[in-house]
Design a protein around this ligand. Structure first.
Ligand SMILES: Nc1nc2c([nH]c(=O)n2[C@@H]2O[C@H](COP(=O)(O)OP(=O)(O)OP(=O)(O)O)[C@@H](O)[C@H]2O)c(=O)[nH]1
Length: 135
């Protein structure tokens, strides 16, 4: 029997006052370079998912938020090489600071229905319809 190791990733739809969501572009050199994704990253050993997301938001965008502002919204389950990605998606409408691209190539604010036209990781595609209905 093949052992499949799960990869736990947290990501967030940051929603602004106009109902737009922040996407970031994966930088060259990383897997799936150039694709547009939700900010987030891997949950490290000993971290709660919310703590991991708060850490990633600070590292990647320089913004701060609180666990009580992270609303669980959906998840994705997708094969990823020899791993199996479990991506927990949160929605967040309250944070401090102005997002800046510290790791990403670029940032853009888009309405969920504009995401269908963007290149996004396969795991994210089923999440677009949910955000379209939710936001
Ligand atoms: N952040 C994020 N990762 C996603 C999304 N969709 C998706 O398939 N992933 C995948 O989830 C994994 C997240 O890993 P990452 O490389 O961004 O995480 P990280 O910030 O911990 O990176 P590092 O390994 O360079 O430290 C990648 O395999 C990435 O392709 C998404 O919308 N947002």
């Amino acid at each position: 029997m093949t052992t499949i190791l799960p990869l736990l990733v947290v990501a967030v739809a940051l929603v602004d006052a106009d109902g737009r969501v922040l996407l970031q572009q994966r930088p060259p050199g990383k897997a799936m370079a150039g694709l547009w994704e939700f900010p987030g990253g891997k949950v490290e050993s000993g971290e709660t998912p919310e703590a991991a997301l708060i850490r990633e938001l600070e590292e990647e965008l320089g913004i701060r938020t609180h666990a009580s502002c992270l609303a669980p919204a959906s998840f994705a389950s997708e094969a990823l090489g020899d791993r199996h990605l479990l991506l927990l998606l949160y929605v967040c409408r309250k944070w401090q600071g102005l997002p800046e691209a510290r790791h990403a190539t670029a940032l853009q604010w888009v309405r969920p229905n504009q995401m269908y036209a963007l290149d996004m990781p396969p795991a994210d595609l089923p999440l677009i319809g949910l955000l379209d209905a939710l936001i």
